[in-house]
Design a protein around this ligand. Structure first.
Ligand code: NAD
Ligand code: LMR
Length: 361
């Protein structure tokens, strides 16, 4: 195991207070100093990879947890990539981010997940052209067995686990099953990128700004069966179906474009999406830690209890979600599901059940 660790000098660390907001007077000097919050420990796996190369610098800049939130970064890589990771650490240092209090880089999961508040599980092999994401299950699935165990044994109480590595829904389920004792509701997988892709497509078709598209749900699996639900989406506060009269496009090209966007990017770049994936990962954590604006929701994959929208119990499924004022999250209930949507949602859930059978068997 190799480990390199960069800490602030003790004198600087001593300035940290606990859970304190605002400014305070520094002793007798009359100087006004900011009193900083307790650092949050963020572990990122696959830290020398493409997504992490976009993600880490934005976390360090405060874009994920807030401009006043110090962070400790714990970076996990496989041993052959530690030298590359050291280069990333050097670049992080060279940014002199004021919020970064410590950087730990290691190939030991027990060290990487020690006291983690957020585990961003990015590290895993991306697919190549011609593959489906679920073809990665036999390669990547086993990574999440060991990492699930290491998180349960080492992370901070209340740690939240967010899976990006594909196939992210079922990898997340594997981590959850191996993280004995951890609450199931603390496990998440990413469909925010699909949500943004869907919003971008609807905005372009309607000729509006992307920020005018709200209430966009991705249902099901982060795969080619996912269902971007245009029936409940809104454009400028009105039903998307009122603003886009072309039903054939909505039911056909729109859905297919979103479902196949990852593959289209791989075909064009020769590499899977990275900056947009990092952006979506960052925004998912931001959404999960910030109260959701009234009337809206976002998409994230969470553990199903079998009581909502006819989704089978015990899968990690994308659903419309809101973050409450107390920091908990809730599934948005009562959305109408028409026959077209029902068929699409069921198909994606069926795929998740098949993936579950493959790994849990
Ligand atoms: P990449 O190959 O550039 O980087 C992956 C990194 O993970 C590599 O540096 C590798 O050494 C490391 N790694 C592999 N196994 C590891 C392990 N056991 N522990 C720690 N690190 C490990 O790939 P990338 O482009 O960064 O993509 C990473 C994953 O994210 C892929 O599986 C990709 O398909 C997935 N992805 C998901 C979404 C989504 O929307 N959910 C979007 C884009 C990419
Ligand atoms: C994406 O949606 O861009 C990622 O899941 C990468 C992929 O394999 O498509």
């Amino acid at each position: 195991m190799r480990l390199f660790q960069k800490k602030l000098p003790q004198s600087a660390q001593h300035t940290l207070g606990k859970h304190t907001l605002g400014l305070t007077a520094a002793g007798m000097t009359g100087i006004i100093c900011p009193v900083m919050k307790t650092p949050v420990t963020v572990t990122v796996t696959g830290a020398a990879g493409n997504i992490s190369y976009s993600l880490l610098f934005r976390i360090a800049a405060g874009e994920m947890l807030g401009a006043d939130q110090p962070v400790i970064l714990k970076l996990l890589e496989i041993t052959p990539c530690l030298e590359k990771l050291q280069g990333v650490v050097m670049e992080l240092e060279d940014c002199a981010f004021p919020l970064v209090k410590e950087i730990v880089a290691t190939d030991d999961p027990a060290v990487a997940f020690k006291d983690a508040d957020w585990c961003m599980l990015v590290g895993s092999v991306p697919r190549k052209a011609g593959m489906e994401r679920k073809d990665l299950l036999s390669i990547n699935g086993k990574v999440f067995v060991g990492q699930g165990k290491a998180i349960a044994e080492n992370a901070a109480p209340g740690c939240r686990v967010f899976v990006v590595g594909n196939p992210c829904n079922t990898n997340c389920l594997i981590a959850l099953h191996n993280a004995t004792g951890m609450p199931k509701e603390n496990f998440f997988a990413m469909t925010m990128l699909d949500e943004y892709r869907a919003k971008a497509q609807l905005a372009a078709k309607a000729g509006v700004a992307v920020s005018d598209v709200t209430n966009m749900t991705i249902w099901g699996n982060h795969s080619a069966t996912q269902y971007p639900d245009f029936t409940n989406a809104k454009i400028c506060g009105k039903p998307a179906t009122d603003m886009i009269a072309d039903e054939e496009w909505l039911k056909g090209e729109f859905i297919k474009t979103v479902q196949q966007r990852g593959a289209a990017i791989i075909k064009a770049r020769g590499l899977s999406s990275a900056a947009s994936a990092a952006n979506a990962a960052l925004m998912t954590v931001k959404n999960l830690t910030t109260p959701t604006p009234e009337g809206d929701w976002y998409s994230v994959c969470t553990f199903t209890d079998g009581t909502k929208y006819g989704l089978p119990a015990g899968i990690i499924c994308s659903q419309p979600t809101r973050t409450n004022a107390d920091g908990t999250y809730s599934i948005v209930e009562g959305l109408p599901i028409d026959a077209f949507s029902r068929e699409k949602i069921d198909a994606s859930c069926q795929e998740l059940l098949e993936e579950r059978a493959e790994v849990l068997g």
